[in-house]
Design a protein around this ligand. Structure first.
Ligand code: AMP
Ligand code: MG
Length: 519
């Protein structure tokens, strides 16, 4: 394997805990603790991402080597690595939960390559000081989901942590998948994730909750200089710098929410410990993709009663989470006004960008509120596949608004397509055709729509089919999906199977429509 170039600024600059073992504990006056990944008996490579590997200077040959397998399963440590876990807190489902931390994530070290830095992080490599009562391990099903979705999101153009590799551990892990008293052994796995930083809102929250204000200042200064260097240079006054930085975190979070809404992604667990300070999608757990367009949908069975993290509530939760971050950094700024101003800009910023996004999804230059309202009532009136709808609309010919064959295959319950619905759809399509002609959109409409409306997303049931095979030792499906999802906006006529709407058997199957936090 090529040598990786470690610079480890994080552990070199920020204070670590003097204790060097995996014993469960509360950390004080420290950001991280040294840990050792747990050895596994028979690791095997399930998949790797060529694109992610290239970011740190690794080739496919490197990824297929036995040394890669040993290192990224946690069995061996390379010279220059400083395996460690970090301490963070968080609000879970709206309630302050105290210290959480990297309970099953172990950072191996930071690599620099092509003037960028990447923290390499194993997920599922055994207990850390933050594992509380759990085992620090991950199962194949959740690891396949994390690996595939990270790379799918990247190719969709959605900010995300990356996934370098998916390695089976060769060991079993006990999980009660639905928390209903039926634990079973499942194959274990380790994913290696990459991001310039895995810092979450919760990292700031725990320091403030512990009144460790000087450490909070040091941590924030470090983060800004490392990951927001343009701000470090701009402002001499530290308070100005913190405010500019908070504004940027708000902007990035708003952008991320717009992307999720655009592609129909539901994160499922938007706790403050799952919010990346870089505005990336992080921690792929019980996430899901909208199939029929139901704004109230969440895949997470743990959240079934309140649906706090349902699709249409994500932007508001983003703001709620930013408010918790604002509270956490208040000791550095000592003035609530600029933070409140940033939070209210988040809302206006989001709204403006969302409107622009809806316009581009429709292939229009300008947002039309009336048209958009009509669109959403049409999409919710009968069970309509969101992804297929927007691809079908690109095929719709505005000069022939009565020709609706392009929509034939996008509905889940054909019996719902009664006369009333067909009539109101016809009205909306005529209104849409009019907007297209008024805004003078030419032949490029189809191309521009297809550039923002993916044909291929990681449909919940497709991930489950790949998992079913992987659990039996067949990894072709995982790799095939990885390949198809590399070009989500292309037509790929040979891969029509992966663009089809969810089959009926998947409507109620666990893993396809219902997921728990157990992973
Ligand atoms: P999540 O809801 O998955 O983001 O996890 C919340 C907290 O629980 C984080 O601190 C995780 O690291 C921790 N956690 C989740 N699963 C495990 C596990 N199997 N072993 C140890 N810690 C875990
Ligand atoms: Mg998490």
């Amino acid at each position: 394997m090529q040598t990786l170039n470690f610079d480890n600024q994080f552990t070199q600059t920020l204070p670590g805990d003097p204790l060097e073992d995996n014993m469960r504990r509360q950390l004080h006056n420290a950001i991280w603790a040294k840990v050792s990944p747990t050895q596994v008996c028979a690791p095997y490579l399930v998949a790797h991402s060529e694109e992610a590997a290239a970011l740190v200077g690794l080739t496919t040959e490197d990824c297929l080597s036995s040394s890669f397998l040993q290192v990224f399963s946690g069995n061996e440590t390379l010279d220059g690595m400083v395996p460690h876990a970090t301490c963070y807190g968080g609000h879970q489902f709206g309630n302050w939960a105290g210290q959480l931390g990297d309970g099953r994530a172990i950072n191996l070290g930071e690599v620099t390559h092509n003037n960028q830095h990447w923290m390499l992080q194993l997920k599922g490599a055994g207990p850390t000081p933050f594992s509380r009562t759990a085992d620090g391990l991950a199962v194949m099903r959740s690891s396949v989901r994390e690996f595939l979705c990270s790379e799918a999101m990247f190719h969709l153009g959605v900010p995300t942590t990356r996934a370098l590799s998916l390695i089976g551990s060769g060991e079993d892990v006990l999980r009660d998948m639905l928390y209903d008293g039926h634990p079973e052994h499942e194959p274990g796995a380790v994913v290696c994730r990459m991001s310039p930083s895995f810092v979450r809102f919760g990292h700031f929250q725990i320091l403030t909750a512990r009144n460790e204000t000087e450490l909070l200042r040091q941590f924030t200064d470090y983060l800004i200089s490392r990951d927001f260097p343009h701000l470090a240079r701009l402002h001499d006054d530290p308070r100005e710098r913190y405010i500019a930085w908070f504004n940027e975190v708000c902007e990035r979070t708003a952008k991320l929410m717009v992307h999720w809404m655009r592609v129909g992604f539901v994160h499922g667990v938007m706790n403050t410990d799952n919010m990346s300070i870089l505005g990336e999608t992080i921690d792929y757990g019980p996430y899901g993709w909208l199939e029929d367009f139901d704004p109230h949908w969440t895949p997470n069975t743990t959240d079934a009663a309140n649906r706090r993290y349902r699709y249409d509530q994500q932007p508001a939760i983003g703001q709620w989470n930013l408010m918790q971050l604002a509270n956490a950094i208040l000791p550095l700024i000592e003035d609530t006004k600029p933070l409140e101003a940033a939070l209210s800009s988040y809302a206006t910023n989001y709204e403006t960008q969302w409107q622009q996004m809806i316009a581009t999804k429709l292939g229009l230059k300008h947002y039309d509120a009336d048209l958009s309202n009509g669109l959403f009532s049409m999409l919710t009136e009968v069970e309509t596949d969101m992804t297929l709808f927007f691809r079908a609309l690109a095929e719709f010919d505005p000069s022939q608004p009565e020709a609706t064959e392009c929509f034939d295959a996008i509905y889940y319950q054909p019996a719902q397509l009664n006369e009333t619905f067909v009539t109101s759809r016809g009205q909306w399509l005529r209104q849409y055709a009019q907007a297209v002609s008024q805004q003078d959109i030419g032949a490029e409409r189809r191309t521009s729509m297809n550039a923002v409306n993916p044909k291929f997303v990681l449909r919940n049931y497709l991930a489950q089919l790949a998992i079913d095979d992987a659990e039996k030792g067949d990894y072709n499906h995982v790799n095939k999906l990885l390949d198809v999802l590399r070009k989500p906006y292309d037509d790929q006529p040979e891969n029509e199977f992966y663009a089809a709407k969810r089959p009926e058997w998947a409507r109620t199957r666990v893993g396809c429509s219902m997921l728990s936090c157990s992973s």
